[in-house]
Design a protein around this ligand. Structure first.
Ligand SMILES: Cc1ncc(COP(=O)(O)O)c(C=O)c1O
Length: 449
């Protein structure tokens, strides 16, 4: 199990105060920890900040410039063509709800949405609500179809998904990485299926739209929205070392131009363009930025991406944190391949050790196959919540429950619909993994009642 680390984890850990408290922080699929640099940056911004797009002071101009530059950083990170394709929300959940609400008026009677049985509730319940609760009130019937996954391999059943997509499929919604099974569905194949649906969109294009929930993909993988050719892609910064409360939606520019706004109010309106009879919307991306945004959260979150470059040593020639320089693709690529390779090595270590625990079943992707950096398991005769509490007693942080992947837990027949999950970020160590696995072994060695 000797693997050469792809980054200097001690250098990474030196930025995180939780380390000094001896915490084994292995619940990173829920939220990651904050590095000290970002807290310091936040504190430094506080005496200087003002609202954005709403003041003529130097402070407002400076904050506006920093805020707008954050959109550019985010766009560069995911290879989006420009900031007009980016909107910032409170989290992935809100970003996906935006897609649902902005498409609401476009659905025609008899249309359908195809999603999967491995989705997080944030990428299922909005479509359930749309089809079962909202559109019926307008007298429209739209079906929500759910593609199966294979219970042994955790793979999405592509054949089943393809059979559900037809010329009435407006949208296909799929996770980039399951937060329970660890599966990374083949998004290029799903794009091809969506492209071949025969659905006529309002602008005349013949294809189904594709939405990717990248909440668990973005923290350990290089995202290239153009190469992926996704129509929509959502993620949350709180799973990538940044503060809570900032999520991103990428959407193709023509979709943003054509669709109605999500929230209505200040700053999404063009200056002075409100009369009793007409409201003119602001240019992109501000059309989707109603009300005062989470200004400092956005600036700090974009800087988290720059800090990640420095923490993993992806570019020894320069410090990226606090700069606003355009980030070359190769630097983003090198950062994410270091993080991806490193967290994958921790995950392999966890999987291969956990498989030796008697009665333990890892759900989803089997040992030896690449997965998102998380492992969810159950142990015969043991309540996952008790396992998680026993881990906590041994200093190991985990999560028990359905992780909002409720459909998949029911589909697997888990009773209660719960598993215990450990998940890794690029500040975890091999020792963290070993401590976690040892704690699982101890927790379940208690005789079954
Ligand atoms: C795959 C997936 N999608 C969506 C979400 C929701 O993210 P947020 O709580 O930031 O809205 C999560 C969070 O765990 C997730 O893992």
């Amino acid at each position: 199990m000797d693997e050469t680390p792809t980054l200097d984890v001690e250098r990474v850990r030196a930025s995180f105060d939780f380390v000094g408290r001896g915490r084994i922080a292995t619940n990173n699929a829920a939220s990651t920890q904050l590095p000290r640099e970002l807290l310091q940056l936040y504190a430094e911004l506080v005496p200087q900040y003002e609202n954005v797009h709403r003041g003529q002071s130097d402070a407002s101009a400076l904050t506006t410039a920093r805020f707008e530059a954050s959109y550019d950083t985010i766009a560069q990170w995911i290879c989006a063509p420009n900031r007009r394709t980016i909107s910032i929300h409170r989290k992935t959940t809100e970003a996906i709800n935006l897609v649902m609400y902005t498409l609401l008026t476009e659905f025609r009677d008899g249309d359908n949405v195809v999603t999967t049985m491995m989705e997080h509730n944030s990428d299922y319940v909005p479509w359930y609500a749309l089809c079962r609760e909202i559109l019926p009130r307008f007298g429209r019937t739209v079906e929500c179809r759910i593609a199966r996954f294979d219970h042994e391999s955790g793979e999405l059943d592509l054949g089943h998904l393809a059979s559900l997509v037809d010329d009435r499929t407006k949208l296909v919604c799929c996770t980039g990485a399951s937060n329970f099974l660890g599966t990374k569905p083949p998004l290029a194949d799903i794009r091809r299926i969506a492209d071949g649906s025969g659905y006529r969109q309002p602008n005349g294009e013949i294809c189904s739209r594709l939405l990717v929930d990248a909440a668990q993909l973005m923290p350990s993988a290089l995202i290239d929205v153009r190469a992926m050719d996704v129509d929509y892609l959502a993620f949350s910064f709180h799973k990538f070392i940044a503060p809570l409360g900032v999520g991103v939606l990428y959407a193709k520019e023509h979709l943003r131009e054509d669709s109605l706004p999500f929230l209505y109010g200040g700053d999404m309106i063009a200056e002075g363009m409100v009369t009793p009879d007409h409201v003119g919307y602001n240019v992109l991306p501000w059309k989707y930025s109603a009300g005062t945004p989470n200004i400092l959260g956005v600036i700090v979150s974009a800087q988290a991406m720059r800090l990640a470059i420095d923490l993993v040593g992806a570019d020894p020639s320069k410090t990226w944190f606090r700069s606003a320089d355009p980030i070359p693709r190769r630097i983003v690529g090198s950062t994410m391949s270091r993080i991806g390779d490193y967290t994958a090595s921790l995950t392999r270590r966890a999987v291969s050790s956990l498989t030796r625990v008697p009665g333990l079943r890892i759900h989803g992707v089997p040992a030896g196959v690449a997965r998102a950096p998380l492992v969810a398991f159950t142990v015969d005769g043991h309540d996952p919540f008790e396992i998680a509490r026993a881990l906590n007693d041994r200093g190991v942080e985990s999560r028990a429950g359905c992780h909002c992947a409720t459909l998949a837990h029911h589909d697997l027949g888990l009773d209660p619909p719960a598993s215990c999950r450990i998940s890794f970020s690029f500040y975890n160590t091999a020792e963290d993994v070993d401590r976690a696995v040892e704690a699982v072994g101890q927790a379940v060695s208690v005789p079954v009642r």
